[in-house]
Unconditional design. Structure first.
Length: 422
């Protein structure tokens, strides 16, 4: 089956060798990885996701995904292999393993965190069942042999009609951490991974009228405000929003991510934390109402149609670069939380879970995962300085939240081979 890129076209043109637009999920299992069992699990898993077994091609000036029957590659390395290249059998997905880690790489234009979680849920079911000789429950897991509905295949943004008209307004420039901290010469992309007990963080969030996503965004906003108390530009954190609910397409596999902008207003800064959390929750509520989300979908659809109307890759790259620059200017940071992973009975075999993204922009992104009784917050930064992380951890300390800084790593995400750079 041939699939024209629609929602995937902007992530394609915003990808680069320096910032591959990719999701990397790293899972540390309880025991060393059995490569033969992993091979069986991957092969069976990919039978369930034929729309991820594709090759990128260009036809009549437009990019399409066509069926790719070559095996999905599994490499014995932490680095993995280049996507859309010979090393990955020209797939936009690949797996890797090392010691007791399993790694899943996928082009962000093919899916988002919600879609990637579905693949991991299936993979862990097959891998753990065979690796440990157990019969895990199948409920809530997509399995090979399932009937795959049209809803999983069809891009809901491309087919959406009667979308609300977006309100056009100028968004002022946001505080830039790099500029204010003078980190222009610090270009080592770095990930700080922080673990927090799930029940403790959930209880704290609920006690303060928030959610893990809004509380994380609030702690980050408070940390930035204390670091730069005299900055003139507003602190603005975007909390990622899953657009499937508003589109009434919960099974769609595509990259369907919008955002709720949370501005840490000057008048809020003297409020107690619970009142600040209530304000942030109100901002999220207002911006996640179906009408508002669909207006955002319409805006993104318009940008996509504009890109597709251009005839050359260079024109499209120019527009994408302008969009990226504009986005960088209006955001201080991003927080992304897919929701509780719910990997079912396989969770007891998981020791660590990390979510990395390759296209970091010029601002930090916190990826939140909730797996096996704890939250892991991956601070993905376009710089190495611990300035922001330390300020965030102080917010946790001041609120009596116990945490564990697990490790610090240079962001390592394999490249995506882009057709115009070949």
């Amino acid at each position: 089956m041939e699939q024209r890129l629609f929602t995937g076209i902007r992530p394609l043109y915003s990808s680069s060798k320096m910032n591959p637009n990719e999701i990397r999920i790293r899972i540390r299992m309880r025991d060393l990885i059995e490569p033969v069992v992993l091979r069986h699990a991957v092969d069976t898993t990919m039978q369930r996701y034929p729309y991820f077994c594709v090759e990128l091609q260009k036809k009549d000036g437009q990019y399409v995904f066509v069926d790719n029957n070559r095996p999905v590659v599994i490499s014995n390395s932490f680095h993995g292999v280049e996507l859309n290249a010979e090393a990955s059998n020209y797939h936009m997905v690949a797996f890797a393993y090392q010691d007791n880690w399993i790694i899943f790489d996928v082009f962000h234009g093919l899916t988002d965190g919600t879609g990637a979680y579905e693949v991991i849920r299936t993979l862990l079911y097959y891998y753990c069942s065979e690796r440990y000789g157990v019969k895990l429950k199948e409920e809530g897991i997509r399995l090979a042999g399932d009937e795959i509905s049209d809803e999983e295949w069809t891009d809901p943004v491309e087919t959406a009609t009667d979308l609300p008209t977006p309100v056009r307004s100028e968004i002022p420039k946001a505080l830039s951490i790099i500029e204010n901290a003078q980190l222009q010469d610090d270009t080592v992309k770095t990930v700080y991974s922080v673990a927090i007990d799930e029940s403790e963080f959930m209880n704290f969030s609920m006690d303060n009228d928030g959610s893990p996503g809004t509380i994380t965004a609030l702690f980050l906003s408070r940390a930035v405000a204390k670091l730069f108390p005299n900055a003139d530009d507003p602190i603005r954190v975007t909390l990622c929003v899953n657009q499937r609910k508003a589109l009434h397409k919960p099974k769609a596999h595509h990259s369907l991510v919008g955002g709720a902008m949370l501005e840490y207003k000057e008048k809020m800064r003297k409020w107690p934390l619970d009142r600040q959390a209530t304000a942030y929750r109100g901002m999220v509520f207002a911006q996640t109402m179906d009408e508002t989300v669909l207006a955002g979908v319409n805006s993104l659809k318009g940008l996509t149609q504009m890109l597709l109307s251009k005839e050359t890759d260079q024109e499209r790259l120019g527009i994408s670069a302008f969009i990226a620059k504009t986005t960088d200017e209006i955001l201080t940071a991003t927080v992304s939380y897919v929701g509780k992973a719910n990997y079912k009975e396989a969770e007891k075999y998981i020791r660590d879970f990390r979510t990395w993204t390759g296209a970091t922009g010029h601002y930090p992104c916190i990826e939140i995962a909730a797996v096996n009784g704890r939250f892991t917050l991956d601070f993905i930064q376009p710089f190495s300085s611990p300035l922001i992380v330390n300020a965030f951890l102080k917010e946790l300390d001041d609120s009596g939240i116990t945490y564990d800084l697990q490790d610090v790593a240079v962001l390592d995400v394999p490249n995506i081979r882009l057709p115009w750079s070949v």
